[in-house]
Design a protein around this ligand. Sequence first.
Ligand code: LLP
Length: 426
Amino acid sequence: MASFEYRDGRLMCEGVDVAVVAREAGTPLYLYSAAELRSGYEAFAKAFAPLNATLCFSIKSLANLHVLRLLKGLGSGFDVVSGGELARAMAIGADPKSIVFAGVAKTDREIRQGIDAGIALFNVESEPEFENLARLAAEAKREVHAALRLNPDVYDPKTHQYTATGKKETKFGVDINRAERFFDAYGRDGYVKLDAIHIHIGSPIYSPDPYVEAIRKTLDLIGRLRGKGFAIHALDIGGGFASNYEENASPSADEYAAAIVPLLQGTGLKVYLEPGRKIAADAGLLVTEVQYVKQGAERPFVIVDAAMTDLIRPALYGSQHFLYPVSLTDGRAVPQQRFDFAAPGSVNVDVVGGVCESSDFLAKDRPLPPMKRGELLAVFSAGAYGFTMSSQYNSRPRAAEVLVDGGAWRVIRRRETYEDLMAAEQ
Ligand code: LLP
């Protein structure tokens, strides 16, 4: 996260003082670094260049139009999972041939949207979905391309059960043992060219090994399918590449690529990837202001103006986001983003929001220098699945989003107002 650093005791993003932005734009605030987004994308593009792969940024991780536009400018395609995400991609003028569409519950309306747009691939997750897609494509008299989403039955033991998708008991895709039957039944449709395979094994995946296992299984299957005369042109290997969070220990794009690229070279497959988190997570901070510090029975509570409504990952998955004061006053040490890091003088605290739920916390039992009312805290690695999973629960307007780019910053989503909360009910 080279773009975020403490200078003279102040947290800076690309040379911009985070505290100054937070005071002007208000808190809670999502703040993204354009430089970090670019370097995250470029690292992937470079690592997978030998495959001439198409990177389809996963919109669900960070959906702001300004961010999508920035990534499109670098050549990114997009992974969408809803009509809303497809609408976002189309709104920024994405090339439809760089859009892949997954999701187990695609409605007729969403499928028609994809057909009209002329997207690259429908990632089909079940037999009835294929039949529905075939019906709608025939109705529209439009040829479309589809990938069968496989469930390769592999997973990373470090992935939370709620975000593991590649095990056979999950709802995603079709069991690899059913894949040949699927092609026998649907592989020669007139309008839907079933000529690709999609896998996405979970998120985050902290090692290249599960990808290797899943891709090997998939290549065996592709060999068998080709043997039966099915032309398989493309393989979409999904997303799931881990970012740093508290551990600062995720593989680099190069390390993932070193294991994956050799498996796919010379296969004649057009390769798609769907990274989200690895590009977006470390590019974003959630900045929040301390409202109160109160003594609890076990530990002090640092009560902040952000809550689970702004960042639900700790409540939902027990995720550990590194957090630290924005200003290093009172001789606070410069932090290192590590689990075992405790600045001298730190005490263990719970950092909580104001929502009426016991699961409303940003950190539990975490060492933090003593904090005072009015001070700012930065929650790191919050760029992915932060704002996009936020809600208005407790009638809390959603946070503002700011993009810092080359020494300047601008609001890319204004803070919601009370009127916004009620607008759809008028
Ligand atoms: N492709 C598909 C089909 C997916 O389902 C996902 C994520 C991705 C790509 C992107 O995965 P990424 O590269 O960002 O890891 N809310 C959870 C993560 C859920 C991921 C859902 N699918 C979290 O905050 O950790």
